[in-house]
Design a protein around this ligand. Structure first.
Ligand code: COA
Ligand code: MG
Length: 292
């Protein structure tokens, strides 16, 4: 992430693309990213209609600045190839592919996308939700060096099922850390999994805070009631912005010209903190710009 191309992804709201009412409502919601789902939330009989509705939404020009992503069906399903093609041709910001297992999967999807979208207008996002994907995290993330793969989205409902684990969030701590490290090593964005109990804002906030602290960019959401919590939690708070501005001002002060380490507000402050401070202020500015 450079300071100039940053785009907020604090709140990434899924909705079944078969649900026309939800698609309509999304035009008024303050989610940074909208994910039209063709996969888990859509019954087999509704798959074709959902694809048509998602593509119509992509082409409607009625979603303002919201980033539009489509989660398609997995590679081993009969819908995958047509989903991928239509979503590319409809110029989604990104296609989110579930059940990714390996770098080879990413290479296969990338070469298909290159055929329909040679200018790379549609990014590839990968769901990290299978045990093999966890084992192969570093080889998958390494493909972030190419232009297409830009985001990981964690899927802990599926991972818990595959692991035959319970739903205690603590189980996923090591995986979350590992996934953030892999993502950051190759410049990939990373979005936390969903919080299923959409009537529990305190529980959601706790998960958002944990994810933010681990380095995540934002959270996957399933209900409009979750948006404000995610937007607030993942945005830099006023104290953090003030601290960053003080660090930037101190390093820009001619008295500190050429110095690698200075003292700001009684704390050792190095050039890496200067760089972090600029990143944080750029993030806050990008969020402000969205609100305009
Ligand atoms: N996106 C957009 N709008 C949504 C929404 C979503 N994910 N979830 C609910 N809404 C809308 C409803 O349409 C309703 O709108 P209205 O007031 O204009 O009628 C309003 O928000 C309130 O919804 P509510 O009655 O509280 O929920 P519900 O019973 O209609 O739906 C769910 C509950 C869980 C079925 C629904 O939130 C949902 O489908 N979530 C996404 C599921 C998904 O995509 N899963 C895949 C990823 S895990
Ligand atoms: Mg799933």
């Amino acid at each position: 992430m450079t300071e100039t191309n940053f785009r907020p992804r604090r709140s990434c709201l899924y909705m079944p693309a078969s649900n026309q009412r939800a698609l309509e409502k999304a035009k008024t919601l303050s989610a940074d990213t909208i994910i039209f789902d063709l996969e888990d939330a859509v019954a087999p009989d509704a798959k074709q209609d959902a694809r048509v509705q998602a593509c119509a939404a992509l082409q409607s020009d009625e979603y303002g600045e919201r980033e539009l992503v489509v989660r398609i069906n997995a590679m081993d399903t009969p819908w995958f190839a047509e989903d991928l093609k239509q979503v590319c041709l409809s110029k989604a910001s990104a296609v989110l592919v579930p059940k990714i297992l390996s770098a080879d999967d990413i290479q296969q999807i990338t070469s298909l996308m290159d055929g329909w979208d040679p200018e790379v207008e549609t990014q590839l996002w990968a769901m990290i939700e299978m045990p093999l994907a966890i084992l192969n995290l570093s080889e998958i993330a390494a493909l972030g060096q190419q232009k297409r793969l830009t985001s990981f989205v964690m899927g802990f409902n599926d991972l818990a099922k595959e692991m035959r684990a319970g739903h205690d969030r603590a189980i996923f701590g090591p995986v979350m850390t590992q996934a953030v490290i892999a993502a950051r090593a190759y410049g990939i964005n990373i979005i936390d999994s969903v919080y299923n109990d959409f009537n529990d804002p305190a529980g959601l906030e706790a998960e958002c805070l944990e994810a933010k602290n681990l380095g995540f960019d934002g959270k996957s959401l399933i209900h409009p009631a979750q948006i404000d919590t995610a937007n607030r939690t993942f945005a830099p708070d006023a104290d953090a912005i003030a601290e960053a501005e003080a660090i930037i001002a101190a390093f820009k002060d001619p008295i500190n010209a050429g110095k690698g380490v200075i003292v700001v507000d009684g704390k050792m402050t190095e050039l890496l903190h200067f760089s972090q401070a600029k990143q944080l202020v750029a993030t806050a500015a990008a969020i402000d710009a969205l609100a305009q």
